[in-house]
Design a protein. Sequence first.
Length: 142
Amino acid sequence: MKISSPSFKNKEMIPKKFTCLGENINPAFVFENIPKNAKSLALIVDDPDAPVKTFVHWVMFNIPIVSKIDENSFLGIQGTNDANELGYIAPCPPSGTHRYFCKLYALDIILQLKEGITKMELEKAMDGHILDFAELIGLFKK
């Protein structure tokens, strides 16, 4: 399985448009080679370089089996990010270059969870149901 973005390449800079210096919208993502027996997808975007703890930028689950998510849109059900909001919150590191991990999971079930769950709750619910995993890393510095 593979996750990529038409907006930035793996381990390269995320364009300002998708950050706090731009439009604060999510970039587009492309999904390839999803397992045939997958029932849903989940996406977590987080920043392990944040000063206090890994900062969660986006939690989304029960994404239908699709090949892409467009800019400034979402599919499935959104969870709560670490700004305590639903949906995507753009990269905005206080200093230095941070890494933003975009993690795609193919699951063998449709999760029975409600909108607004946390990354931790999603990870617990996915345990034992992950068929495949892919990762894309974007970088950003103000």
